[in-house]
Design a protein around this ligand. Structure first.
Ligand SMILES: Nc1ncnc2c1ncn2[C@@H]1O[C@H](COP(=O)(O)OP(=O)(O)OP(=O)(O)O)[C@@H](O)[C@H]1O
Ligand SMILES: C[C@@H](N)C(=O)O
Ligand SMILES: [Mg+2]
Ligand SMILES: [Mg+2]
Length: 356
């Protein structure tokens, strides 16, 4: 059997750079596991925080250590963002293990599509809609999926015009009230998200979110259990066992997500079978609504007092470490981590073979 060369693309010009390194380490390990080692050869490519690409031994060292190159250590022979741009013919299938902007948002997917090479995960449209929380919510609304009330904001309403800003805050207070959640539209891992409980907090939250993105979303806060569901497939995707996240902090923020022991997960979630079915159905609808492919994790709010299930968001490249929800939910359904990455590569080849 000839080995397939897998281009593992990780790091990225994103606030989720470090998370990408953790996911890529786990995926590299799974590709080297006994059941995959004879099938795949891993070629790592690292996108530095400044956006330059690196190939060769340095990406391997970063994968081994788990430590990113900090801005002052960034290398590059010249100032071109391409850096050591890969030879696209040296790879059989690309595995873009990138979270957040400049990687999970259709940019890298566009490059790979132009190069006519197979790659894991969603294409340009699914990645772009899945990344932008405003576009995502429009697609969900069109699909009839219930969600929290929200207001879409442009950075210019926050920074450019001092007359507009107070009116914007008045509107948010009147339409959504407190607490509300202010989010950069194109990010993940809770980077840039604030919970606002007062006018002063709202003003600070909008200013902070505007420092990350031109597009911002403000949502009505709900008190709810947080349930997640993994989806796997292309045009006929399947939903996994449903899991629940619990934590002591005010919300599921970056520190809670990535500090050992701050959050717990229950797989399967202790909810009725009717809620499980509803979530699985909604997860598949959300996947299709944004035109996702390969994989996605869909996050939900379950308001137990009313029985309502609201969709929160879709992540087209969810956290992928050994302890991340996505692989753990599939493990509960009998799909091991190495088998999962193998299936994703097969789905990439299937999608590449389709016309259009
Ligand atoms: N409208 C809301 N009401 C209550 N809590 C919320 C709301 N929106 C977000 N949160 C809290 O903030 C967390 C992060 O929100 P969200 O999932 O939208 O961000 P994210 O950055 O895309 O996260 P990730 O991609 O890592 O899952 C949620 O898991 C939840 O704890
Ligand atoms: C990586 C992070 N955005 C997640 O969805 O898990
Ligand atoms: Mg997200
Ligand atoms: Mg989420």
């Amino acid at each position: 059997m000839t080995t397939m060369r897998i281009g593992l693309l990780f790091g990225g010009r994103s606030g989720e750079h470090e998370v990408s390194i953790s996911s890529a380490r786990a995926i590299a390990r799974a590709l080297a596991a006994e059941e995959n080692a004879s099938k795949y050869e891993v070629l790592p490519f690292y996108i530095q925080k400044n956006g330059r690409w690196l190939s060769g031994t340095l990406p391997q060292q970063i994968l081994a250590s788990g430590k990113p190159l900090e801005i002052e250590e960034q290398t590059g022979q010249d100032d071109s963002p391409a850096g050591q741009f890969p030879n696209f013919n040296a790879v059989d299938v690309w595995f873009p293990v990138l979270h957040g902007p400049n990687g999970e948002d259709g940019t890298v997917q566009g490059l790979l599509k132009l190069m006519q090479v197979p790659f894991v995960g969603s294409g340009v449209l699914g990645s772009a809609i899945g990344m932008d929380k405003i576009a995502m919510k429009m697609a969900f609304a069109q699909a009839g999926l219930p969600q929290v009330k929200y207001i879409a904001v442009n950075r210019s309403e926050i920074w450019s015009n001092p007359c507009v800003f107070p009116k914007l805050c008045d509107k948010i207070e009147a339409d959504l009230g407190y607490p509300c959640f202010v989010k950069p539209a194109n990010l993940g891992s809770s980077v840039g998200i604030s919970k606002a409980r007062s006018r002063a907090e709202l003003e600070a939250a909008l200013d902070s979110a505007a420092s990350y993105d031109r597009r911002i979303i403000v949502e009505a806060g709900v008190v709810a259990r947080e349930l997640e569901c993994a989806v796997l497939g292309n045009d006929n995707p399947k939903a996994s066992t449903v899991g629940e996240i619990t934590f002591q902090s005010d919300f599921y923020d970056y520190e809670t997500k990535y500090t050992l022991g701050q959050a717990d997960c229950s797989i399967p979630a202790k909810v009725s079978s009717a809620i499980v079915s509803q979530i699985q159905e909604m997860a598949v609808q959300a996947f299709l609504a944004v035109d996702a492919a390969g994989l996605a994790r869909v996050d939900f709010f379950y308001i137990e007092s009313t029985g309502e299930v609201l969709i929160n968001e879709i992540n087209t490249f969810p956290g992928f470490t050994a302890t991340s929800m996505y692989p753990q939910m599939w493990a509960a359904d009998g799909i091991s981590f190495p088998e999962l990455v193998d299936r994703l590569i097969q789905l990439a080849l299937e999608r590449h073979g389709e016309k259009g």
